[in-house]
Ligand binder design. Structure first.
Ligand code: NAD
Length: 363
């Protein structure tokens, strides 16, 4: 197959859909890879690295769409691309169609085969192409919290791990899923006292088994949550109720009673946020302060660490991309339920129920 790697054009997106190592893997499997010029620059991969890996560089997205059997992006196709996607072409990227009617209509019209990273699902219900970004955001949340606890950043001036003879900070993580686990791991590693709250007893049992002694998995309920939040130096919001808006667990009332200079990081902001006072922010202006509490609510946290994010994402996407390229989309879907669940729009038909339902379209 001819595989086309597009340069990301969505604002502030620096990731790339394939690294030079991915190009080598594709070539070893007999495929030709076209890479749009400067596609990897934001992630630290110059054009020369792709050339060395055996890719052919091309100037424009139009050339990629014209020549490729399989095109890969990180973010969804932008309006400038809608009319150049070809019939029967395979488009493999994050699509997030249920929140984007114009794009859904454009992909239906294109008659392409559109496979979404985010709906590829393993038998156990996990979403292997979302997990890496949750890992990045979880780990990064603690790094950001540590920074905003520092006085020059408006914080209360405490070190997460304390030092000999000085108590460490208290970190409360709401939600013990992928984001929460990764946040807690980082905070524990830095020596903080970490409480991780979840409503799923099985998950708490698992966390209790694997986490170090300075991590306390706790069943979440409003009274416990309030008590811990008021003692916290840092609160990290990491809850998810699949397909629903995040519940507002930290209320304005609680916020008023929190320590002055404490930091709250709402990773769940992409689902509306789990703090009542959250609103989405950007990397250009990531924080705001309400009642003396610094809020960090960046909706695309992995974008700030594009190199790590690209590697984490492409580690996860490459095996699927290889399967699709080696077998063609039909056989890849016949042989893999995971890839089949990724199919959102196929040759003019919506094939993912939640997308059809979102717009009252045929499924
Ligand atoms: P996950 O499904 O792995 O974990 C969510 C956890 O929340 C589950 O363990 C669940 O039991 C728990 N939970 C649900 N309701 C709860 C409640 N009332 N109290 C306590 N726990 C509760 O999800 P995840 O991958 O960890 O993602 C968490 C959130 O982070 C999602 O909204 C995701 O979209 C978001 N996210 C944001 C960014 C970003 O850049 N801001 C990046 C990646 C993920």
């Amino acid at each position: 197959m001819i595989v086309g790697i597009l340069r990301e054009i969505k604002v502030a997106e620096k990731r790339v859909a394939m690294t030079p190592a991915g190009v080598v893997a594709m070539a070893e499997n007999g495929h030709t890879v076209l890479v749009e010029k400067e596609a990897g620059v934001g992630s630290g991969y110059p054009d020369a690295a792709y050339l060395e890996a055996g890719a052919t560089l091309v100037d424009t997205p139009a050339e990629i769409y014209k020549a490729s059997d399989l095109v890969m992006h990180v973010k969804e196709p932008q309006p400038s691309e809608y009319d150049i996607i070809r019939e029967d072409q395979i488009v493999f990227t994050y699509l997030h169609l249920a929140a984007d009617e114009p794009q859904t209509k454009a992909l239906v019209k294109s008659k392409a085969v559109c496979i979404a990273y985010e709906t590829i699902e393993k038998k156990n219900g996990s979403l292997p192409l979302l997990v890496p970004m949750s890992e990045v955001a979880g780990r990064m949340s603690v790094q950001e919290a540590a920074k905003y606890l520092e006085m020059p950043e408006g914080g209360m001036g405490i070190l997460l791990g304390g030092v000999t003879g000085v108590e460490p900070a208290t970190v409360v993580v709401l939600g013990g899923g992928i984001v929460g686990l990764n946040a807690a791991k980082m905070a524990c590693g830095l020596g903080a006292k970490v409480y991780i709250l979840d409503t799923n007893l099985e998950r708490l049992r698992y966390l209790d088994d694997i986490m170090p002694a300075n991590c306390f998995p706790v069943m979440s309920n409003p009274a416990v949550l309030r008590d811990l939040v008021l003692r916290a130096d840092v609160v990290i919001g990491a809850v998810l109720i699949a397909g629903a808006k995040a519940p507002k667990l930290l209320t304005r009332d609680m916020l008023k009673e929190m320590k002055n200079g404490s930091v709250i990081v709402d990773v769940a902001i992409d689902q509306g946020g789990c703090f009542e006072t959250s609103r989405p922010t950007t990397h250009a202006d990531p924080t705001f302060v309400i009642d003396g509490v610094t809020h960090y609510c960046v909706a695309n946290m992995p974008g700030a660490v594009a190199r790590t994010s690209t590697l984490a994402l492409t580690n996860a996407t490459l095996p699927y991309a290889l399967a699709i390229a080696n077998k063609g989309w039909k056989r890849a879907m016949q042989e893999s339920d995971e890839i089949k669940l990724g199919a959102n729009v196929v040759k003019g038909n919506i094939t993912f129920k939640a997308v059809a339902d979102a717009f009252g379209m045929a499924y």
